[in-house]
Design a protein around this ligand. Structure first.
Ligand SMILES: C[S@@+](CC[C@H](N)C(=O)[O-])C[C@H]1O[C@@H](n2cnc3c(N)ncnc32)[C@H](O)[C@@H]1O
Length: 290
């Protein structure tokens, strides 16, 4: 590659990562920036484009929404798996769901998986609920699962997963009970699929979440946002939670130093509770005294 073409490829990479950040808030990690051309190869092929230079030229020249969407879908990190972080799902099953069950006298449970990717997180929760159905039978259960990626939402909605996908985290008993063979793949059963409402939605222009949720998950999504954007998302999640809600983030994510919408949950290690007016007041007095 000549110096000129290396320089222009770097320029193209900058433009494309700028586009990703402007549309989604995600900043490309160094590793993904390196692999940008590989990630975009199917898009280049599908649109008959030679390289990233040609791609950016087309994006700048033409207002091609479909191409822009394809680029964004290709650059997003959609990494997910069933029961990702088993310890956390264990806590959900043993402690958090029973706690919410005791708390909700109206027999309504509302869950929001924000940044759900291809759906494994939401299906894992649906499996946990179904496996304890005698407890939840007769309840109104709503699971909203949203993601900005239209291709990820499409796959999630189909409920179809490859052999490799189901081998990552799904117990054989759950696979047999809740999935059916679908060609070489597996498909989530209609009972599971019916439980989840998958919607494409941007966390910075959220239209699909309504009211308050008892359990909110926004895992491995905040990692690649700027601090200001993280705070904005936590504010949004705060607006959609109540004093008894539980928030779960990814293992490498925290609310500490990200505004005052959530605090460490007093009961469930590694999860978060909404900061109530009383707690804010107490902390304020403690700060003043100290
Ligand atoms: C690494 S995946 C995490 C999936 C799942 N929560 C998990 O932990 O397995 C991050 C997801 O966040 C989504 N995402 C990134 N920016 C977003 C935004 N602004 N609004 C909604 N979803 C977004 C990506 O499309 C991606 O599917």
């Amino acid at each position: 590659m000549s110096m000129d073409s290396a320089g222009s490829q770097q320029g193209a990479a900058r433009i494309l990562s700028g586009l990703l950040e402007a549309r989604t808030g995600q900043i490309l990690s160094e590793g993904r920036a390196w692999r940008m051309e590989t990630a975009l190869r199917p898009v280049l092929r599908a649109h008959g484009l030679e390289d990233m230079d040609a791609l950016t030229a087309r994006l700048v020249r033409e207002n091609d929404d479909r191409l822009e969407k394809a680029v964004i879908n290709a650059l997003l990190n959609n990494e997910s798996s069933f029961f990702r972080d088993l310890q956390m799902f264990d806590m959900v099953q043993r402690q958090i769901l029973p706690h919410l069950h005791d708390q909700r006298s109206d027999h309504t449970l509302r869950i929001w998986s924000a940044g759900c990717s291809t759906g494994q997180e939401a299906y894992s929760l649906a499996i946990q609920l179904r496996n304890a159905w005698s407890r939840w039978n007769g309840w109104r259960i709503e699971i909203l699962a949203t993601d900005i990626s239209s291709s990820a939402i499409e796959q999630a909605r189909s409920g179809i997963y490859s052999q490799m996908d189901v081998q990552r985290g799904l117990a054989i008993g759950d696979l047999i009970k809740w999935f059916e063979p679908h060609g070489d793949d597996w498909r989530a059963s209609p009972e599971l699929r019916r439980m989840i409402d998958f919607r494409q939605d941007n966390l910075f222009d959220a239209r699909e979440a309504h009211g308050e949720y008892d359990l909110l998950l926004c895992r491995n999504v905040l990692l690649y946002f700027t601090p200001a954007r993280r705070q904005a998302v936590l504010k949004l999640l705060g607006r959609h939670s109540h004093a008894g809600s539980v928030l779960l983030l990814g293992a490498g994510e925290t609310v500490i130093g990200q505004g005052d919408d959530f605090i460490a949950h007093p009961e469930f290690r590694g999860s978060y509770a909404r900061q109530t007016a009383l707690a804010t007041h107490r902390m304020g007095s403690a700060r003043r005294v100290g």
